[in-house]
Design a protein around this ligand. Structure first.
Ligand code: NAP
Length: 280
């Protein structure tokens, strides 16, 4: 059988953990496949789609192409259509189909961490990661609120409108990140605050963290952010974003090759990916 070919496309693509994670998943699945990273500027996407990308069996899509790739595809999975975002493309029998695996990656990671999604759920930020998580919560009938800085209120309002337009029964609101009052059952950090190299930063103050029963931080570098450390020190359940990153890749491989993975293998891969991250 010929070696299957895959890639991740983005711009700038820089350091990415995707080749390491996908190669390990191919090994776990017993598949012979190549996975490379391709830096494709926004103005080159259309041409690359017809040339370089047409030679691949599938590819992952990252910033800034997650929406731009949609009109180029033959078909969209229901979730990608509803959420308006694609991070995984399958090419089969000459046709392309787009999927979004970040939401499933988030759910698998939260479940693996033993965090129960319910009660008062708050998402910090309203960018790409927040959007994927928000749509998944809304489609599961879970109410939630965004907490954003003042300058993002317009953007947060538009995202709330987009969610309720696509999922009319959704219960979603937004408030200011520096004015969080009361207790929170599940806090989800979807801002880059605390990401390497600014590892001492926290998106919210200690007193607000102290009122959170569980925390999920989408940041995967470092493995344990200042927010996660603080929450754990308070006795809260808290998990970082590495397992979301690995699970969304595992779900992409399910779409590409109909393979599934043992959660214990994924847990071990998260540890190895964290080690690998130190060297890049
Ligand atoms: P993004 O689209 O740029 O969104 C970032 C959001 O954070 C925006 O709403 C931004 O608000 C807000 N923000 C930035 N700085 C802030 C601050 N100082 N205080 C409050 N809010 C702030 O980025 P993204 O793609 O969502 O990525 C966010 C983080 O998630 C990154 O660290 C990324 O590596 C991580 N991520 C992880 C996974 C995973 O699988 N684990 C997947 C995707 C992303 P403004 O509009 O005001 O700037």
């Amino acid at each position: 059988m010929s070696v299957k070919k895959y890639a991740v496309i983005g711009h700038p693509i820089g350091h990415t953990m995707s080749p390491f994670i996908h190669q390990r998943l191919f090994s776990l699945a017993g598949l012979d496949a190549e996975y490379v990273k391709l830096d494709i500027a926004p103005e080159q996407l259309g041409e690359a789609f017809k040339t370089t990308l047409s030679q691949l069996d599938g590819f992952n899509v990252t910033i800034p192409h997650k929406q731009a790739v949609i009109p180029l595809l033959d078909e969209l999975d229901d979730k990608a259509k509803l959420y308006g975002s694609v991070n995984t493309v399958l090419r089969q029998d000459g046709k392309t189909k787009g999927f979004t695996t970040d939401p499933d990656g988030f759910i698998r990671a939260v479940e693996a961490a033993g965090i129960e999604l319910g009660g008062r759920i708050m998402i910090l930020g309203c960018g790409g990661a927040a959007r994927a998580i928000a749509f998944e919560l809304a489609s599961r009938g879970l109410p939630f609120e965004f907490a954003v800085r003042e300058r993002s209120c317009g953007k947060a309002g538009l995202l709330c409108l987009d969610i309720t337009r696509r999922i009319p029964e959704a219960k979603v609101s937004f408030g200011l990140i520096n004015q969080i009052i009361g207790t929170v059952d599940v806090l989800i950090n979807a801002t880059p605050v605390g990401m390497y190299p600014n590892v001492d930063e926290q998106p919210i103050h200690n007193c607000a963290i102290g009122r959170c029963a569980a925390v999920f931080d989408v940041i995967y570098n470092p493995l344990e952010t200042a927010l996660v450390k603080r929450a754990r020190a308070n006795g809260a359940k808290a998990e970082g974003g590495m397992s979301m990153l690995v699970w969304q890749a595992a779900v992409a491989q399910q779409h590409w090759n109909d393979v599934s993975f043992d959660p214990e293998d994924i847990r071990r891969l998260c540890i190895d990916a964290a080690e690998e991250m130190k060297s890049i």
